[in-house]
Design a binder for this molecule. Sequence first.
Ligand code: NAP
Length: 278
Amino acid sequence: MNISAKTRLCLIIGDPVGHSLSPAMHNAAYEALKIDDRFVFVAAQVPVDEVKQVVKTVRTLNIRGLTCTMPHKIEVMKHLDWIDSAANKIGAVNSVVNEDGILKGYNTDWLGAVTPLEKIASLKNMPVAVIGAGGAARAIIYGLTHRQACVTIFNRNLQKAQSLASEFNCKAKSLDNLSILPNFKIIINATSLGMGEQHKLTPIPQQYLSKIHIVFDIVYDPPHTRLLAEAKTKGATVIAGWEMLLYQGTPQFELYTNRKAPESVMRSVLLKHLKPYE
Ligand code: NAP
């Protein structure tokens, strides 16, 4: 630890926030780049009706970066000076940068989804099935359509899928239509099925998975989900949810520090902290 009077604070707020891996990931990266005298990253649990006050404090204390996790990504937008076009279209901000008192809002969640996919496939005209139509799906669908993928949204609540589909010019289906998954090349689970106490569940029957698929499960707790295990057994290429955490974190790090993120250090931190569900 190398904190002095010149060290700038970065902060993650959420409710809850105790599970967040952002402090460990950012602080390890500061240390690796030997800028831990310039930045320190901490977490604070904040109820949603206190977000306005937190943003005021960011200005008063000249806090450099404010990361917002659930449920603050929408509320924080009301209190900023400028919001980038991706965050505006997604309708959520996860990263606020304090540029000499001007608070600028960004969304890096969509990059978290698109970056690991683009390492192995071109998204243009690619048929992609997104299962889920919640907050995370919204950022992912923005990213996919921004890259000109052909997206179909499958959701339990069909109306939610239809409304998202009309906004982003995609197709919508109910979960009763998963038998058409063999027509897609990329399948993304953006539901919470498979997470935590639901770790024995999967949103996709194994019979619809095959070696033609890239299967991306954004659930990261546990890091190896049942969906990914079954997809692997069928010979599919798999992407784990921690990759989305990593690749939303690297551009955020760069926004706050103006330095290239040490990706391998940040990856090691995530892998060290994420453990199979007991
Ligand atoms: P959300 O807004 O609450 O949306 C939840 C989604 O899951 C909805 O589409 C919901 O369908 C669906 N769902 C929930 N229970 C279901 C069930 N029993 N059967 C079928 N569908 C079900 O949540 P979110 O913020 O989008 O987060 C979704 C998941 O992504 C969570 O597990 C979260 O931890 C994970 N996540 C990961 C990252 C990452 O970086 N890897 C980032 C963000 C979120 P209905 O609309 O029908 O209710």
